[in-house]
Write a protein that binds this ligand. Structure first.
Ligand code: B12
Ligand code: SF4
Length: 452
């Protein structure tokens, strides 16, 4: 049986996002856990065309909520061509009834234990509608099928070392999507880190851990980093601010080649942090934490969210200066989004504040899908866009790049400079986050979508 695995995508920027430094880890992982008797191909719609004339027997689609309209369109098109189409991922886990209007079957939650059964049932002609996944123990996960990535210049090696996070931020689905905290065996991880059949030097050099919160279990992370030292890699991941208070961990991070850490800083407002249930963040510690990483030559990427109940247009826009003051190297700027499966969704839904007339395209992190407390939805959207323009103004981009020369190690400087210039270029060329209302009006921005 032949299987095409598709990671669906809808344009999040006005012109597009054709440079791919987001390899489809879900696709190459699903391909790896597919029994060897099946033939698989992986398509990443963000950067490549979907093959509607495929001879695959089964089409498997993965997608986030913000890309659901496109995933449904693809599924309908494949079904019209007589294909069996199945889905999984964070959206269908919480919206299985809706998804089943477009798919023959869905897998909810983690797929490791359910996927082979689904494939057998397809072959035997007795496919069920719903397969319930369960948390994988992660003890014997295979190496992702990096060989299925079409050779691209910018794709780094991505690895998922752990799943889960002990915190419970209001806007995040991780606590219900990947419950508990589970780790892959260090020997397996070292094998993945050593994988070097990539065409470009820097693809072999850089390892990006796509974990929810990699450093939570200190004995595990310290052991992993100790074993990584001789491999001489450059690596990045996502962690909580408390790592800045662990000098032994910081020293190991430096020695093992850490070039960047993503912190979910989210807000500079104490009340907004309380809205987010982000108890682990203390505004007074931000600068100290960023400085501690810089002292080790490590770059700081940080996520900020606009739209908490205590936010106003002014507090949102002022984050552009505050993130510069604390020394963030690369900012990531989102709008609060009430994903199903989160406490935020439950709260806003109970308060009647979900904007029911807004489709899933408003759930892409750059649009407003709820009624904010202290402004209206359009004011929140505009405040976010002003925050974006100020943060990626040529002045702020160049300031971040030049000042980071003073403290970042070489790999960290390359990472921070290239990301800043990338977003700065988007800003200069007018390629800003796209307003989802444009999708509804179909104003011709579907440059990357394919006629079906
Ligand atoms: C790594 C990651 C990223 C990376 C890579 C994203 C990517 N496109 O791959 C980066 C940092 C770029 C990113 C960005 C964003 N992300 Co993100 N990200 C994650 C994270 C931490 C891990 C996902 C992952 O790769 N897991 C490893 C792979 C192997 O497993 P998996 O995808 O979880 O899939 C498993 C199952 O879901 C299932 N499965 C999945 N798909 C399918 C399909 C089929 C057919 C089957 C059978 C099974 C199946 O099988 C897999 C094995 O068990 C998750 C949190 C989480 N724990 O899931 C958030 C998460 C997926 N991200 C999320 C969001 C919102 C975003 C952004 C929109 C944020 C923003 N404001 O900009 C952007 C979108 C960017 C983009 N272009 O796609 C949300 C999605 C919520 C939702 N309901 O849609 C999550 C769940 C976090 C959260 N806030 O709750 N993200
Ligand atoms: S710390 Fe990050 S991964 Fe953990 S619950 Fe909060 S947002 Fe989610």
């Amino acid at each position: 049986m032949k299987i095409d695995i598709i990671i669906a995508y809808m344009q999040r920027y006005r012109v597009g996002h054709e440079i791919d430094f987001v390899p489809p880890i879900t696709g190459i992982h699903l391909a790896a856990i597919t029994p060897a008797c099946y033939e698989t191909r992986v398509f990443h719609q963000q950067v490549e065309r979907i093959d509607f004339d495929t001879d695959a027997d089964l089409v498997a689609i993965s997608f986030f909520s913000g890309f659901a309209p496109e995933a449904y369109r693809l599924a309908d098109a494949f079904r019209r061509r007589g294909k069996t189409v199945v889905a999984g991922g964070p959206h269908v886990t919480y919206c299985e009834v809706e998804a089943l209007e477009h798919f023959d079957a869905v897998i909810t939650g983690e797929a490791e234990l359910a996927w082979s059964q689904l494939l057998l049932d397809v072959e035997n002609g007795n496919l069920r509608n719903v397969y319930r996944g369960s948390p994988s123990d992660m003890r014997s996960l295979p190496t992702p099928r990096y060989d299925l990535l079409k050779s691209r210049y910018f794709i780094p090696k991505v690895i998922q070392a752990t799943r889960g996070c002990p915190f419970s931020c209001s806007f995040c689905s991780v606590p219900t999507l990947n419950p508990g905290f589970r780790m892959r065996p260090i020997a397996d991880l070292i094998e993945n880190i050593r994988y070097d059949r990539f065409p470009f030097w820097w693809q072999r050099k850089v390892v990006w851990f796509w974990d929810d919160n990699l450093t939570i279990n200190r004995p595990f992370i310290k052991q992993l980093l100790t074993e990584m030292i001789p491999l001489k890699k450059w690596w990045l991941t996502q962690a909580s601010l408390d790592i800045a208070k662990d000098p032994e961990l910081l020293a190991l991070m430096k020695k093992s080649g850490c070039i960047g850490i993503f912190f979910g800083i989210e807000s500079f407002g104490t009340d907004s942090l309380a809205d987010a249930n982000k108890r682990q963040n203390k505004v007074s510690n931000y600068k100290k934490a960023v400085d501690a990483l810089h002292q080790h030559g490590i770059g700081v990427m940080a996520g900020f969210i606009a739209g908490f109940d205590h936010d106003t247009p002014e507090t949102i826009e002022s984050m552009a200066d505050q993130l510069m003051e604390i020394g963030v190297d690369v900012p990531f700027l989102s709008i609060l989004t009430p994903f199903k499966g989160t406490p935020l969704y439950d709260q806003l839904s109970a308060e009647g504040r979900i904007l029911e007339d807004r489709g899933w395209e408003f759930y892409n992190g750059y649009n407003v899908a709820f009624q904010p407390a202290r402004m209206d939805a359009s004011e929140l959207l505009m405040a976010h866009r002003r925050l974006w323009r100020r943060s990626f103004s040529p002045k702020n981009v160049l300031l971040r790049v030049f000042r980071s020369l003073r403290y970042l190690r070489l790999g960290a400087f390359f990472m921070a400079a290239s990301m800043n210039l990338f977003y700065g270029w988007k800003q200069l060329s007018g390629n800003l986050p796209v307003d989802a209302s444009v999708w509804e009006k179909k104003k011709g921005i579907r440059r990357m979508l394919i006629k079906t």
